[in-house]
Structures are given as C-alpha cells and as structure tokens.
Design a protein around this ligand. Structure first.
Ligand code: FRU
Length: 435
C-alpha cells in the first residue's frame, strides 16, 4: 500500500465561505423538540456494522450519544450544565421502532461504571461484531484532564438484546486500550499539552479487506514550533502573507491498522495495532479535525471530519460544521478537499453555533446535535437569547457528486436511516402479523 499524507492547505481554506446554500445547514426553529427532558446529549452515532452501514437490531433502530443527566430540571443552570458537560460525559443509548426521530426512548448508560479507566467517556462508534449474533463493540475515547491531559482510544464489548418492548445490553464491564499518541505519528501530551487524540472510527477497507481505525490527532512536534512553508500554504495569491499564529493549527487525521485475524478474535489490544502516517494534516490551517469517518462510494473514498470556527488559525475562518476530502485511490489518498475548500456543511451565520458533530452515513444522510440556537432576529452571539440544545438536529441529506457535495434534503429531528438489518434475515417482527 502506498500511503501519502495529504494536506488541507491555507489556499484551500481561503476558499471556505459561510452561507453558500449548497454547503450550509438550514436555520433551525428555536421551538425544536427535545428527545428527553432529563438528559442532554451531543455527539451521536447509529449502531452500525464494520462496513459502515447503519443497522437495525431485530427491527429496532439504536443510537448512542454522549450524555449528561440534567441536574436542574427547571433549566435555571442549564447554560453552566451544558458548557461544563465534558466533565460529566458518559455514553448512553436510545432505541426506536421507526427511526423517524420522534419516538426515541432513552435506555440510559451503556458502559458499566467499572469499565471506566478514566472519568470521561467521549466519542467513538458502536459496532455489531461480524460473525456473531449479538456481540457489540463500543469504541470510545477514555479521557481525563489531570494530572495531565490523557486521551486514549479504547473499546468495551458487550451483548445487545431485544424484545418487543425494547433494547438492552449486557457486558461492557471492562475496557481495552487500543493505542496512545506516540509523539512520532502524532503529537503527545509532552509535545502539546492541548493535544487531541480521540474519536476512534474502525472500518473494513474494501480494497484490502483489512481493519483500520482512523481518529482525531495533531501533527507530531512541539506545539507552535512548526514552519508553515509552501506545502502548507498551497497556491496562495501574490502578496499574501501567512498571519501570525498559523503554526498553532496542527490538526491531523490519524490511522492505524489491526493485525489480520485479530478482529475475528475480538482482540483490539495495544499489540494488535500499528499506527501509520496520518491521512491528512491541516498545518497552518486549523487545530482540530474531530470525529473523522469514511464513506466508500464507487471508486471514491470520502473522508469527513468536523471542525470549529474557533480552531482555525492564522486569521483563517470558517463555520462550525463538517468538512471533507476525497480520494480516487482508496483510503491512503492522495486526498483533495471537497468543494475545493473542504467545507461540506457549515452552520449559517445567523445561527453560527446551532449544530455540531455531523456524521455522514453511506447514503449521505447527515446527523448532528443542536448546540445553541439564538432567537430569530437577535444577535446570534448573545447568550441571553440562546436556547441550549442537547438534542438531535434535523437530519439532512447531501449528494456526493465526485469532488463536490450539495445539500439536497431536510428530514425530521433525529431521523435515522438504516442500510442493513441484524441479524441478517432474522429481524424481530414487531409489526402485526400479516393476514
Ligand atoms: C466533538 C468532540 C469529540 C469528543 C467529544 C467530547 O464534539 O469534541 O471530539 O470526543 O466532542 O465531548
């Protein structure tokens, strides 16, 4: 396999523009519905198979979410509870008969507390293990802030069960760490106290049948000590100069490969993974490329990642949203930014923080959560007019047309589409018997 590290360059990012209707989320109504009054959720993903398809289990739709229980149900302290949510984050799950988004039932915590190696559970993915009836692997980020920033892609395994009343889980009693930031392929805590190393996304690569895992990371090296040269700049206009602080943007999308045979044994331990050169870096552009995930479509490989307005560097700017890259040569690239700029779907400037953590499924359905929504016609940055989200946004659809994407459909809040069922051909039948 040939591996390239592709770049999201300053010249690419100069083409990012908010409010292009083909790459902008619709403005959400401040009267959005809430999935459950007692819990606030953000990053969310559907139960899927290792090929990336969303699956139903015995006819049920299942999703996981990062969650916090509301402390104050009167919402007096909701602003503080929401903005400190990462300190209490755990992974919970929802189930629904329809996937329409209006009948999600909260199932509560997924991992047993004794599975936690660190205080916080951050993003990853919930995957049915191929070759089993009901084994599920929850890939996630085991996170702690002290004594130093620790962030380890990890996995906990369990079993999923269903009957006509709902979904429940067993197992999830232990956690296995997969790999850590190594200071060679990606920055570690010694190089960058703010390093990002999280959001494991495992998948089978269709061209070689091997299991890989991609993840959010930063470029190896001392924070702020990078030279932003012509490779990082790309083809910039005459007279353009790189602004101060660009070198603090050092996001990368990392990749590791699993030893052959380990997946079938369910062995995801440290000695089974090898980290490789990152797929994409954003040196000089942005310091975070989060929740990376892939969609294989025909001969093209689409690599999506979420990023923030606040993590652009060197005077560059763009909306919070989902960005992406496309390769004609499979998972290792080279990649070029979608829509020339990399922007796939950003928040509208009238509601710049309305959604985040977009996840694109193989059919182009994009699910995200509502963060903060200003009242219409008010200053979008004035927190007094915000309504805090903590619930799923309307699902939208994008068309993937070669190296371009287009917003094409808007669906229900939290609507989920499945591409496959599990167990195959043995769905729990919750519909009335025919005839
Ligand atoms: C994206 C993200 C992830 C992380 C989680 C923590 O919204 O920053 O990278 O796993 O949120 O809440």
């Amino acid at each position: 396999m040939t591996s390239y590290t592709s770049r999201w360059t300053i010249a690419d990012a100069l083409k990012v523009h908010a409010d292009d209707p083909t790459t902008t989320m619709p403005v959400i109504d401040q009267n959005f519905p809430t999935m459950d009054e007692a819990v606030m959720i953000w990053d969310t993903g559907a139960l899927r198979n290792i090929h990336g398809q969303t699956v139903t289990f015995k006819g049920w739709h299942v999703i996981w979410s990062l969650a916090v229980d509301k402390i104050d149900l009167t919402d007096t302290n909701i602003y503080d509870e929401w903005h400190s949510r990462n300190n209490r984050a755990y992974i919970g799950y929802w189930y629904s008969k329809t996937g329409n988004g209006d009948d999600w039932q909260w199932g509560g915590r997924l991992l047993k507390t004794e599975a936690d190696l660190r205080p916080h559970e951050w993003s990853g993915g919930l995957i049915m293990r191929e070759g089993t009836g009901n084994v599920v692997d929850m890939f996630y980020t085991s996170e702690a802030d002290s004594p130093i920033n620790q962030s380890v892609p990890s996995v906990s395994s369990g079993q999923i069960y269903a009957d006509e009343n709902g979904i429940w889980f067993g197992g999830f009693e232990t956690t296995t760490e997969m790999f850590s930031a190594d200071g060679v392929h990606n920055a570690n805590a010694q190089q960058d106290p703010y390093f990002d190393f999280r959001d494991p996304h495992p998948f089978v690569n269709p061209t070689d049948g091997r299991i890989y895992c991609i993840y959010e990371s930063n470029v190896a090296g001392m924070r702020g000590d990078f030279t932003i040269g012509s490779d990082e700049q790309g083809t910039i206009p005459p007279g353009f100069t790189v602004s101060a602080g660009a070198q603090y943007g050092a996001a990368s999308i990392g990749i590791a490969v699993l030893n052959d045979g380990a997946y079938k044994r369910g062995d995801f331990s440290r000695d089974q993974w090898t980290q490789l050169a990152p797929l994409v870096t954003a040196l000089g552009v942005n310091d975070q490329m989060e929740r990376p995930h892939v969609v294989f479509k025909g001969d093209l490989t689409y690599l999506f990642t979420i990023s923030h307005h606040s993590t652009y560097t060197g005077g560059l700017s763009g909306p919070d949203g989902v960005y992406g890259f496309v390769s004609e040569n499979g998972i290792f690239g080279p990649y070029k930014p979608l829509n020339s700029s990399g922007l796939v779907l950003g928040n509208p400037s009238a509601a710049p923080y309305e959604t985040y953590s977009h996840f694109v499924d193989p059919d182009g359905y994009v699910q995200a959560f509502i963060d903060t929504l200003p009242a219409s016609g008010t200053d979008p940055n004035n927190p007094d007019t915000f309504r805090i989200g903590g619930t799923l946004a309307p699902t939208v659809k994008i068309e993937l047309d070669g190296d371009r994407t287009f917003l094409s459909e808007v669906h229900g809040y939290g609507q989920v589409y499945a591409q496959a069922s599990w167990p195959v051909g043995n769905a729990w039948d919750h519909r009335p018997a025919a005839g």
